[in-house]
Design a protein around this ligand. Sequence first.
Ligand SMILES: Cc1ncc(COP(=O)(O)O)c(C=O)c1O
Length: 461
Amino acid sequence: MVSTPALAVNSGRQYLPVPATDNPSPNQFLLPLTAKLNSQDHLEVGGCDVVDLVAQFGSPLYILDEKTLRTACQQYRQAFQQYYPGESLVIYASKAWNCMAVCAIVASEGLGIDVVSGGELYTALQAGLNPETIYLHGNNKSLSELEFAIEQGCTIVVDNWFELETLAGLTGDRPIRIMLRLTPGIECHTHDYIRTGSIDSKFGFDPQQIEKVYEFISQQPSLECVGLHAHIGSQIFELQPHHDLGAVMVQWFTKAAQYGLPVQQLDIGGGLGIRYTESDDPPSIDEWVKAVCLGIVQACESQGLTLPKLIAEPGRSLIGSACVTAYTMGSQKVVPDIRSYVTVDGGMSDNPRPITYQSVYRAAVANRMSAEMSETVTIAGKHCESGDIVIKNAQLPKTQPGDVLVVMATGAYNYSMASNYNRLARPAAILVHEGEASLILERETYQDLVRQDRLPERLKQ
Ligand SMILES: Cc1ncc(COP(=O)(O)O)c(C=O)c1O
């Protein structure tokens, strides 16, 4: 459990991490582990003053804390070493935030990586990752994506019959290493859009067909089926579904042996949730890993099986809490008796989660962290869309144009889902560590926005 500081008044300070243990789990905090106040009452992350960062790098700005990200990677690995007597591997689901610097950090912590497109794969390779640690996912991979991954020596997580038959038709000098994604039929209480493990899902083979799939593969010398995969959903706070998943997957695992397939790996996906608001209470990384390992170990013991290599592929819980987005505040509008709006210089283009999933966030004013939260306001983005609301009914101090607003826990599915809607240039991202700030993603320019545009001769003015 996370304790919050006792304060006479509510202020942005209440969001600062107050670790109750020596090795706090990053996913249980609203702000990165290094977040603190400095003598100017500004928010500091990774030893850098957020207000100075905005002055130096512009706004909006993604600020990624290296220590928080590395701590989460280390906790996953240590927990698997502690709770799983067999071999294990943690792979980062890079859809959460795929860019070269993030790929390089997770790889340097000994993690593999999951990619879901040729673009994510290319980025990981450009970051210098070993292709043998890369797993290609996706429910409709193109032939060129498949060929690219195979050529590099990555593992393909096969999603459906069409893909399986396509792969079987490819010839090469060595067998293609594959895993099979199955839909486990496990329900969990999360938002409908991010629930992928129930039977009505666009992802994965129907487990009813598993024997047919095994039989087909057993007749394909060009396919080497090394493992099975399932992912039940995202932003999950319950431990039971992941514990139960072990037993389901072990059943599939035992059947593979009957077809002579060399299946030795089980990948239980990702899904551990993070704290976006005070009322979110996710389990720690350690608790989640323990539940997962126990599920597999118990299921294997009951069947007298040797433990498979166990793989997990968390995304959000590795990187979500490691980042804040800093905005500059602008215009304000009061709709009498209804609502007060304050605005920021970004919105749904840098964080589409509120408009897509009705996701809720917390924010604070980085240049006055101790100011009393005296107002309830709706923080609107600057896009031409009424639904472009960053936070509805946020508690903030009285703000003015020019204040720096930070929105918390924006590391996962923000940059990676960002767009150029309204031709807004995508923000820069910086990595902060021990007082140093390094640019990891340049801010897009107007020139970047028109780079792919072509003006046919006859339209030229
Ligand atoms: C196949 C697969 N693996 C891993 C993940 C990562 O999930 P999370 O970010 O919730 O850990 C996802 C996300 O949806 C996924 O689809």
